[in-house]
Design a protein around this ligand. Sequence first.
Ligand code: GAP
Length: 430
Amino acid sequence: MDLETLVSLAKRRGFVFPSSDIYGGLSGFYDYGPYGVQMLNNLKSLWWNYFVRQRPNIYGVDSAIIQNPKLWKASGHIDGFIDPMVECKKCKGRFKEEQVDVKKPCPSCKAKDSFTKPKNFNLMMKTHIGAVEDDSSVAYLRPETAGGMFTNYELVRETTRAKIPFGIGQIGKAFRNEISPRDFIFRVREIEQMELQYFVNPKEANKEFDQLKEFTWRFFVNDVGLKKTSLKWHEHNKDERAHYAAAAFDIQFKFPIGFKELAGVHNRTDFDLKSHSEASGKTLEYFDPESNKKYIPHVMESSPGLGRLLLAALADAYTEEEVKGDKRVVLKLAPQVAPVDIAILPLSKNDKLTPLAQKVYKLLVEETPLLVEYDDSQSIGKRYRRQDEIGTPQCITIDFDSLEDDSVTIRDRDTMKQERVKIAELINHL
Ligand code: GAP
């Protein structure tokens, strides 16, 4: 399956829309539709549950998108978060240097020998705070959620009385002025990240780093249900690593555009706490009650992008099958990721079936936490097709026999097998 197939399904079925579509969209920005936002919420709760809620020594925060700009100076982003960029002198197209062969013609206008020398381009998104727009009011939208976890490190430690090792987790938006956003939601300018910063004793750093790698991998396989064969590790060499990382591994996913980064696991050493300690003048040393010694904790980071994870889940689940000579498109999403759990489909719309179908709908919505959708438009075949394409694991059909035997038919998305279940036993059965 190519990327265009997924882009089309995502728009047609209400997962992802170009941002401000009626104005022609905006490069690098996307909106999530009714099924997309539910899937994002499912992925966020899976992450929060696994990384924060189930761990006694991991605490959540929600820090502001705009922080004191001194933070980004100390973190090295104002000076170091740059991509070398080349520009075509003819069409003015701008490209990341690594994306083009400057000896070849411009990929956009085909002009020969048209590239400028590489210039450094800072990816931070700038804004101004308050009424005056001058250098003193410049602020930045955060380029990663991590910064707000380092500035809150001491407050979290004090308020929770946590001992090293402990972690801070956060889900939130980050912004990068990518030179050439591309490949749908793979490379965008408004990103959502789910990051864990784990603060450890420097002596334990290597062991903790290896454990965090495995911990992150297990999330994708066990909790999100991605196929193991769709994932692999990629170790960054020195040139690829971010300015703060002493070691960095990507978990790559087999996207329709090839194996690419889905999440990063980084050993950030004492870079962050040391830089913020020096720049702010507040000591961020930890007193170790066991050894009676002080040290600056090292940070192990796990950082998946939420949009990329949604794209990975869609790509992994996308299946085309032949059923009785017809093509069936079905998203075989893990039930915990699927945006709808159950669809209630009365065979037809009339004053006998509608009240019973609505009774079943109400029963499930009120008595269970399931995500239930009610659909009585179009033929039953078209409705099954639609539910298959949004990945609904089970459909419940109410037919004329239901009026006689108080039973409904449950159809399984993957096997398409149908079984009859009494309405009174429905909740237990599901
Ligand atoms: N705090 C570390 C950090 O931000 P990163 O490797 O730059 O590390 C982490 O980003 C994750 O965020 C990536 O693995 C990816 O999933 C996501 N991400 C980064 N830039 C992105 C972009 N422009 N578009 C979509 N996702 C992006």
